[in-house]
Design a protein around this ligand. Structure first.
Ligand code: KQY
Length: 374
């Protein structure tokens, strides 16, 4: 059973744990829409199946597929992966799935953020998004977790937490008028405190160049452990990403987290810059209500868009020239985890990467509570 609660997580003694903490499992969705995925979605389905298979080596994986795709998805995924029928408008479980919160006793609940396809009718990526907006609720029903329906539009990829009271966000996304035009920065911070149990909000500026989510933080930077993050990086001053990454570094170095610590930054080399080829763009159907794909457009490629599983890291392989260096950084930063690379270009062509298509459910274990906001 899943109850809908009218209180807030912080008021009930819940907070969002970090992705690097123990998971019960991972949820994903199955891609199918031909106006976002080329060649009718077949190459993306292969890529998603490879990601699901890689994660399943570390923890249980569930994939939601819409009715018309259920049998095909079931046949393409290993038996160990649970496949359930869930309708969705696209396949970005990080953003349409629940952000789960826990309490000290090990109970798990979910936050169901209202979703508007990254901007609604003011720059959003497709219309309608009604089925996406129901996904978090359905996942929480299946997981038998109680649910908080939050009062602000937000996506899971727009936040990264350390599980100890710190949340990283970007101004480009959270202050964008196409999400919550009536909410001030202060009001948004208040909601992040109440829903994520955060005490400190670290505001970064812009996200990765050409990120069509309006600069999700999860494509720019990722918590590796408390007070340590990985940041996508370029040393090329001619690249517009140089300013973005340097600004993020400056803000991270100036910040103190919820426990008063400085944040250590590990630089992840940027792939490319990578662009969409004419053949790739031509394979995507152009349809009213969906963002068209254009040959030569810069892709928002970033190795920071990796997923942390129990005992493992699943990282997108994006560029043979930079993949080895990125793998080496993650192996150094995560010595206790097996770092696995999975081809990420087909996912990138759809506008995100491995972190964007996954969502963790935390393990139901007793934990030490951070100091929660009142
Ligand atoms: O990066 C994400 N979190 C989602 C990307 C959505 C792209 C839709 N075309």
């Amino acid at each position: 059973m899943s109850r809908t609660l009218s209180s807030t997580p912080a008021a009930d003694g819940y907070w969002m744990p970090a992705e690097f903490e123990l998971h019960a499992g991972t949820w994903m969705l199955w891609p199918y829409r031909p106006d976002n995925w080329r060649a009718g979605g077949l190459p993306a389905q292969q890529a998603f199946a490879a990601v699901a298979t890689a994660i399943a080596a570390f923890e249980p994986v569930t994939v939601g597929a819409c009715a018309g795709q259920y049998e095909y998805a079931r046949a393409r995924l290993p038996e160990a992966i649970r496949v359930v029928e869930i309708s969705s408008n696209d396949a970005w479980m990080r953003d349409v799935g629940p952000s789960c919160v826990v309490n000290a006793e090990g109970d798990v609940r979910g936050i169901d953020w209202p979703f508007n396809a990254w901007g609604g009718l003011n720059g959003g990526l497709y219309y309608p998004w009604d089925q996406d907006d129901l996904v978090a609720r359905k996942v929480l029903e299946i997981e038998a977790c109680d649910r908080y329906r939050a009062p602000l539009i937000l996506e899971g990829g727009a936040i990264h937490v350390d599980g100890q009271g710190t949340v990283l966000v970007t101004e480009q996304c959270l202050l964008n008028p196409n999400r919550n035009p009536g909410l001030s920065r202060e009001r948004i911070e208040t909601y992040l405190r109440r829903y994520l149990g955060a005490r400190v909000v670290v505001w970064l500026g812009d996200g990765v160049i050409n990120d069509e989510t309006d600069g999700h933080v999860d494509n720019l930077v990722c918590y590796a452990r408390p007070a340590e993050v990985c940041l996508t990086w370029t040393d090329s001053r001619r690249d517009p990403q140089w300013r973005v990454s340097h600004d993020a570094l400056d803000r991270l170095m100036a910040a103190r987290d919820a426990r008063g610590r400085r944040i250590k930054v590990h630089k992840l080399p940027q792939p490319g810059p990578l662009k969409m080829t004419a053949a790739e763009a031509a394979g995507v159907l152009t349809r009213d209500g969906a963002k068209p794909r254009v040959a030569g457009e810069r892709l928002a490629a970033s190795y920071a868009n990796f997923y942390i599983a129990n005992g493992g890291i699943v990282m997108p392989l994006l560029d043979a020239r930079t993949d080895p260096a990125a793998l080496a950084v993650l192996r150094r930063v995560f010595p206790g985890r097996e770092v696995v690379g999975v081809p990420g270009r087909e996912i990138l062509l759809g506008g995100g990467n491995i972190h964007c298509i996954t969502q963790q459910i935390p393990a139901a274990i007793a934990r030490r509570a951070p100091v929660l906001p009142s």
